[in-house]
Design a protein around this ligand. Structure first.
Ligand SMILES: NC(=O)c1ccc[n+]([C@@H]2O[C@H](COP(=O)([O-])OP(=O)(O)OC[C@H]3O[C@@H](n4cnc5c(N)ncnc54)[C@H](OP(=O)(O)O)[C@@H]3O)[C@@H](O)[C@H]2O)c1
Length: 332
């Protein structure tokens, strides 16, 4: 059965790791989607995942999933070093792509993914769920609607306390390990989203384990005297918060990347007199993200967000390597 003859988008999963096991239920719960196949490096693992999540086909080898006719779209959740290779292969196979963050190791790889998708007429999204929560549109209205006055500074903190398993890719540089690609992606994304443009330059410092940064602090300067500070890492308890500071009030959120379990998504507006308004929101960010991928809306602004975010992450990495301020350079 081809996509044209089906009303359903049939997803294939590439990889069977932790985040796949969370997102599979979201794909299966999204109207107009089903998961038809899962691929792993080993048949044993593919079969385990297929039986666990009621997926019809277990496939050994990612390339064998891409050649299937019963797969229209892929969800790719591999270590970052493998994103470019398998996104390009998926584009060449004509499959829509939902790729985990960070989109790639660097901006040059993002350009290759974008080019391949463009060439083959394939829709792609990075799986940065928070951008799709209905609350995020409300953030934009608050920032641009004047409630905060003129927005001048942003601070973002995102971390978790290292629940690492043996062989963890986050501690292996060659696999794209380290907190900058993993969590700096979110922090840079907030600043890019709020200011609507990439930073002008960035100065960063980090604490390392072996050759990967496990805690990073960075100062980002933007045109028009705008600024941001970001903190990300693996050695403090879970933080996923930001402050967007304006001349009249601050917008504060303590769960931006994913709402806390069993709580509504929330944020607060603190004004100069100490008055605090709490805003709560409904909505499921991952389901909306999947709906966006399989829908027909133009993805250009989400692509620009991802491309700029990767360029800012690259600049942090270069700043760490050179101990100097670095400018983001997009390859697109
Ligand atoms: N959006 C989010 O909220 C979120 C949350 C966590 C992670 N992520 C992102 O998702 C991606 C995967 O993270 P994860 O925590 O799910 O990783 P994980 O649990 O380690 O899973 C990664 C999967 O990649 C496959 N793989 C292929 N080559 C590998 C290699 N050399 N080493 C390790 N795994 C390899 C494995 O699947 P097979 O063995 O079955 O082939 C493995 O299960 C990363 O880019 C991460 O940043 C996103």
């Amino acid at each position: 059965m081809t996509k044209e003859s089906a009303s359903t988008t049939r997803f294939g999963l590439i990889g069977t790791g932790r985040i796949t096991r969370r997102l599979v239920a979201d794909i299966q719960s999204t109207s107009g989607c089903e998961v038809t196949a899962v691929a792993s490096r080993t048949m044993e693992r593919a079969q385990w995942c297929a039986s666990q999540y009621a997926i019809a086909e277990a496939v050994q080898g990612y390339e064998n999933l891409l050649s299937r006719d019963d797969v229209d779209a892929v969800y790719l959740s591999l270590p970052p070093s493998l994103h470019r290779q398998w996104c390009v292969a998926a584009a060449e196979a004509g499959k829509s792509i939902l790729c985990e963050k960070p989109l790639a190791m660097n901006s040059a790889e993002v350009a290759q993914i974008n080019d391949a998708c463009r060439q083959h007429g394939v829709r792609w999204l990075d799986a940065t769920g928070w951008l799709h929560h209905p609350r995020t549109a409300a953030f934009a209205d608050l920032i641009r609607g004047g409630r905060l006055g003129t927005v001048r500074h942003i601070s973002v903190a995102i971390s978790f306390f290292e629940p690492f398993q043996s062989g963890e890719h986050r501690l292996q540089r060659e696999l794209g390990g380290g907190c900058v690609l993993d969590l700096g992606w979110y922090a840079c994304g907030v600043a890019r989203f709020a200011f609507g443009k990439p930073c002008r330059d960035v100065m960063a410092t980090a604490v390392y384990r072996g050759d990967v940064p496990i805690r990073c602090t960075a100062v980002l300067r933007f045109d028009d005297d705008l600024s941001a500070t970001i903190s990300c890492g693996y050695d403090t308890a879970t933080r996923k918060w930001f402050e967007i500071a304006g001349s009249d009030a601050s917008l504060i959120c303590d769960d931006f990347s994913r709402p806390w379990p069993d709580k509504p998504a929330r944020c607060w507006i603190h004004d100069a007199s100490g008055k605090v308004d709490q805003l709560d929101f409904e909505g499921h960010q991952e389901i909306r993200m999947i709906e966006t991928l399989i829908g027909e809306d133009d993805l250009a602004s989400l692509h620009a967000q991802a491309i700029d975010t990767q360029a800012m992450v690259d600049a942090i990495n270069r700043s760490l390597e050179t101990s100097s301020a670095q400018e983001p350079t997009s390859c697109i």
